[in-house]
Design a protein around this ligand. Structure first.
Ligand code: PMP
Length: 302
């Protein structure tokens, strides 16, 4: 349930009942997938409600707007302040925050919008992909070609690719898809980045055909702080046969284990993998608990 009759959303400068936050069917965004958005989480910490990496998320929202020519009239600070207020007005501490910038003006032209609309909605959302290790399958759909779209921008229209890939994978009995890039290298999931573990080190796709996730960056930082080498490099699906474990990362999914990719079953359980250890460090970080990063961490993970 994303909203009830009591939910308040921020829409174009006002806090309004979510039921009244509507958009007309002639909107340019609706016809052409011409919108940008963010997925952010707030956590209940000992210091109160804290939005995790609000600045990074709202800087990415600005970057995404610029990439597709949608004006955004709010600063990072204003967006952050409004987000806290939406949480407060809904009495939410642990919540998912969805800012959406779109063009509501009736406009069937293919010209960039000259004005935009802003929605900030919040709701309670458990881990998007659940907390059981996932069975993935390589998707017949590739990630969009980065020469066709600004792939590092979080554009509404890009998610048609995610929807069809995820639906196709589930239709074949898997939990989620894993998409390759146009050169046949493993890129990412429909809404999360992908890592694998081999010989005590981590591997993940580099910049190119992925959304460089904020969770991905956080996990890379946590791993490196713990003395674990992280390689950002291109790899083919065949290389997964040499992996002992894998996991995915995203704001909505957080850190989730991968049991298998097609017929490749990983030997380590998530709990005993580097990903499992980093998941608990990630949880401690976002919820503001003391993080014990000792020298034995890297050793334990091996
Ligand atoms: N890749 C894609 C395609 C995504 O939609 C997301 C979710 N935003 C991610 C990766 C993970 O990004 P983040 O960690 O910033 O949520």
């Amino acid at each position: 349930m994303y909203f009830t009759s009591n939910t308040i959303a921020f829409l174009d400068g006002e806090f309004v009942p979510a039921e009244q936050a509507t958009c007309g069917v002639y909107a340019q965004s609706l016809h052409y997938g011409y919108s940008v958005f963010e997925g952010i989480r707030a956590y209940n910490t000992p210091a109160g409600t804290r939005i995790f990496k609000a600045e990074e998320h709202y800087e990415r929202l600005h970057y995404s707007c610029k990439a597709v020519g949608l004006p955004l009239e709010y600063s990072v600070e204003e967006l952050t302040r409004i987000s806290y207020e939406v949480l407060e007005r809904n009495n939410l501490t642990d919540a998912y925050i969805r800012p959406l910038v779109y063009a509501a003006t009736p406009n069937m032209s293919l010209k960039a919008a000259t004005s935009s609309n802003l929605l900030i909605a919040v709701w309670e959302w458990g881990k998007y992909l659940g907390d059981q290790s996932l069975r993935l399958t390589i998707s017949p759909y590739e990630r969009p070609n980065p020469k066709a779209v600004p792939i590092e921008a979080k554009v509404g229209g890009h998610y048609v690719n995610s929807i069809i890939a995820s639906t196709e994978a589930k239709g074949r009995g898997y939990d989620e898809a894993l998409l390759l890039d146009m050169n046949g290298y493993v890129a990412e999931g429909p809404g999360a980045n992908f890592f694998f573990e081999r010989d005590g080190e981590l591997y993940t796709a580099p910049q190119g055909s992925i959304l460089r996730g904020i969770t991905r960056n956080t996990i890379i930082d946590l791993a490196r702080e713990a003395g674990i080498t992280v390689h950002e490099k291109f790899f083919k699906p065949e290389e997964l046969r040499t992996a002992s474990a894998a996991f995915m990362t995203g704001t909505a999914a957080e850190v989730i284990g991968i049991a298998s990719v097609d017929d490749v079953v990983f030997e380590k359980s998530f709990q005993h993998s580097i990903g499992g250890m980093l998941a608990s460090h990630y949880h401690a970080l976002v919820t503001g608990q003391a993080v014990s990063r000792n020298a034995s961490f890297a050793e334990q993970a091996r």
